[in-house]
Write a protein that binds this ligand. Structure first.
Ligand code: PRP
Length: 232
């Protein structure tokens, strides 16, 4: 991917920060404010179809994309920086991405779950081959392979919790935050694969070619987090 990984996101010297859609934005906005990033009003307008946004800082634009796509935009140099979950970063494991900071937001777990009534008689010690519905086939295969279990993954992009009741498989691997989605679908968590939090992701070639500009944002995020820790 080296020929496509060079940063080419900017109009002129503008940097691009990719942020994920969805729930995480609620936690991310106060941190962005501390870092000094105030997006233009369209960012908060649900009627707007805009995907790229100017900010209070004339040298920084935001793009808002799906959480899985943040890593891809950063790895291919479409964005110089991004906010991505450690789950997504580990799933893709792009060598073009440098991950300097744990932002200490978006905490949840990546877990194995199955139907409650099935879990009561299931014995993970006896698994040798299992079928799993997940958005995370790489992490899932690696995790089970390390325990001598072959995992056959059915790739879904959402609503994994439906798969066991509809007979696609017996187990799923998905994010668990409050546990409400598992509960509402008759599932229980039987194993935690990894703890997840949001990270600052940086395109390595961008940091090399624009050390002051890109490095400056890393420092601002670091300072905002230190300040946050002292204040709380
Ligand atoms: C995530 C995840 C679970 C749910 C877990 O989905 O895939 O379905 O959140 O959260 P909970 O434990 O608090 O119920 P999300 O709502 O982000 O949508 P997605 O299916 O599009 O990923």
């Amino acid at each position: 991917m080296s020929s496509t990984a060079l940063p080419h996101a900017g109009k002129g010297d503008k940097l691009v920060l990719a942020v994920p859609k969805g729930r995480i934005l609620k936690e991310l906005r106060p941190l962005m404010q501390k870092v000094g990033i105030e997006p233009e009003p369209a960012f908060d307008d649900p009627a707007s179809r805009q995907l790229r946004f100017a900010t209070s800082n004339p040298s920084l634009d935001l793009i808002r994309v799906r959480s899985f796509d943040v890593a891809t935009f950063v790895a291919f140099g479409g964005a110089h920086l991004g906010i991505a979950g450690s789950d997504v970063l580990e799933e893709f494991d792009f060598e073009e991405i440098y991950v300097p900071i744990d932002l200490n937001i978006g905490h949840c777990h990546l877990s194995v779950a199955e139907l409650k009534e099935f879990a009561e008689q299931d014995d993970p010690q006896r698994w040798s081959h299992i079928r799993v519905a997940t958005k995370y086939p790489n992490i899932t295969r690696r995790h089970f392979a390390a325990h001598g279990i072959q995992a056959e993954c059915i790739k879904l992009n959402g609503a994994m919790e439906l798969a066991p009741t509809l007979g696609l498989c017996r187990r799923i691997v998905d994010l668990v935050s409050t546990g409400a989605t598992l509960k509402a679908n008759g599932l229980v968590e039987i194993e935690r694969i990894m703890a997840v939090s949001s990270r600052l992701a940086v395109n390595r070639p961008a940091l090399k070619t624009m050390p002051d500009a890109v490095g400056g944002w890393i420092e601002r995020f670091e300072a905002a987090l230190t300040h946050h820790k002292i204040a709380s």
